[in-house]
Design a protein around this ligand. Structure first.
Ligand code: ADP
Length: 482
């Protein structure tokens, strides 16, 4: 099969979260499974410098965007054993300091930028001599592609590709004032309300358009697939999702173990494995030193890495830590996002000197070191479509403490569910008290060397490799092609 993936971020070229990791890994997994896959993404600032092997393609886009015609160029990078990657080069839209925002403010023209990106995707899908059979769109930034393809099919595009839309996070829908619809150049009937168009309470909703017009919809865990059809977690689109339920599948993301491992990892201070665990203690000591915490093997070290967004449960985490830091524990956090949450963490660090280390900004190396050096990893999310960090934690023998929601519930096993296979600690209620209780349980586990060893071993043996995940995506592609 020939599959073109379209995403606004792809690791290692651009990344703000799990979307980038997933698309980068899916491309490679499809190639490893014997499929032909390519990826298309915007050419953001700095990519050309970091990847000098990028080649200009003899291709020129001149695409209608409302009343204007907008030009762009195309670059490509072929990588052995990996999906070929195409970059859309429009300096005005993409050569900027951020991907979606600067100084915590979204770019005012995000609608225009990604409607244009979606048009470039359709143009490539139609005219690349390679002719993809499936176009696989990721999140709202590419979600108008199925509608744009349908429009061209109506105008005579005979062998148009089938479309699959993956929702990585329903909370981000790409909602813009009605005027933005004119930029799509779609006929007015595509703006129909209810379950048949892109209109949503008087606004253009890109993700809704994808849900309505894609041949198939997936999301990144089975539990989240169920949750998004409910009013509680449906972010206003639960009705549309219920109407389109027959084409919705939940597929748990895989982990790219070539990137996320403890045996061949340039970021770690010492390698280790479930059979030779000694190196983990070295990583803990070095992490404590690095972030300025007292170096002490006996103190349980809790960590977290996340976007500082409401979804991630920062509020209940701050409350639980406030209580639990009065006991003998340490806490390290890495994150970036809301200035208010940053302030909350800074204040916590000021109140518990020598117990709390906080770091802000994006830091790939530190993220691996926290995963390896901590004893426990906190993910108290309000909701979590899949979550990757808990799966990375498992592989690093760092016991995840998670709220039982979405992919967190699907990937972590609590002692109460299965004592033999337990690899993490789950809690249910979205409260600081419930999280504090889970932390207290974790401390009890830590105090029993046999028990923590058992948890670590089962955690490190858990397997979320891409073989299973990619087989499920291939199944979806085959279904829509037939
Ligand atoms: P989400 O996609 O909602 O942000 P995931 O858990 O699925 O959450 O994926 C987050 C990814 O982003 C992980 O690879 C995580 O390590 C990474 N990440 C998040 N914040 C940072 C940061 N400040 N520095 C480095 N990596 C980060």
């Amino acid at each position: 099969m020939k599959i073109l993936l379209a995403s606004s971020e792809v690791f290692p070229f651009s990344k703000t979260g799990g979307l980038a990791d997933m698309v980068g890994a899916l491309g490679r997994a499809l190639v490893n499974a014997g499929e032909e896959a390519a990826i298309v993404t915007p050419l953001y600032r700095g990519i050309q410098n970091r990847f000098p092997a990028l080649r200009r393609v003899d291709w020129h886009f001149d695409l209608p965007l409302g009343a204007q015609t907008v030009p762009a160029e195309l670059w490509e990078l072929a990588r052995p054993g990996e999906a070929k990657i195409y970059f859309i080069d429009h300096p005005g839209y993409f050569d900027r300091a951020g991907i979606y925002q600067e100084n915590h403010l979204s770019y005012a023209d995000n609608g225009e930028r990604f409607i244009f990106f979606s048009k470039c995707v359709v143009n490539l899908a139609r005219y690349l001599p390679w002719r993809p059979e499936v176009v696989h769109l990721h999140d709202w930034q590419a979600a108008l592609v199925p509608a744009l393809i349908l429009q061209q099919k109506r105008a005579g595009w005979g062998n148009a590709p089938a479309t699959c839309l993956t929702i990585h996070n329903l909370a981000y829908q790409g909602v813009f004032p009605e005027e933005a619809f004119a930029l799509t150049n779609l006929p007015a009937d595509f703006y129909a309300p209810d379950g048949v168009g892109t209109e949503y309470f008087g606004m253009l909703n890109c993700l809704k358009g994808g849900i309505v017009f894609a041949d198939s919809i997936t999301t990144v865990s089975p539990r989240y697939a169920r949750e998004i059809t409910t009013e509680e977690l449906g972010c206003g689109l639960d009705g549309v999702l219920r109407q389109n339920h027959a084409k919705l599948t939940g597929i748990l993301n895989g982990v790219d173990y070539a990137e996320w491992n403890t045996t061949k990892n340039p970021y770690l201070f010492k390698t280790y494995s479930h059979a030779r665990m000694a190196g983990k203690a070295v990583n803990k000591a070095e992490l404590q030193r690095l972030v300025g915490l007292p170096v002490d093997e006996k103190i349980p070290l809790f960590g977290t890495i996340s976007r500082l967004a409401e979804q991630k449960g920062v509020d209940i985490q701050l409350g639980a830590l406030e209580e639990m830091l009065n006991t003998n524990i340490q806490f390290v956090q890495l994150g970036s996002g809301s200035p208010e949450y940053e302030k909350g963490y800074r204040e916590l660090a000021a109140r518990f000197p020598g117990k709390v280390a906080v770091q802000f900004g994006y830091n790939e190396a530190l993220s691996h070191r926290i995963e390896a050096g901590c004893d426990f990893f906190l993910m108290p999310s309000r909701f979590e479509p899949c979550g990757l960090n808990q799966m990375y934690s498992l592989r690093y023998g760092t016991i995840p403490i998670v709220r039982a929601t979405g992919g967190l519930d699907d990937s972590v096993i609590d002692f109460n569910e299965n004592p033999a296979k337990a690899n993490g600690v789950k809690f249910y209620e979205y409260t600081s008290r419930a999280l504090a209780k889970a932390i207290r349980k974790s401390i009890a586990i830590y105090e029993h060397p046999d028990l923590i060893r058992h948890f670590r071993k089962t955690a490190m043996k858990a397997d979320f490799s891409w073989n299973q995940t990619v087989a499920e995506y291939i199944h979806v592609y085959q279904k829509i092609l037939s």
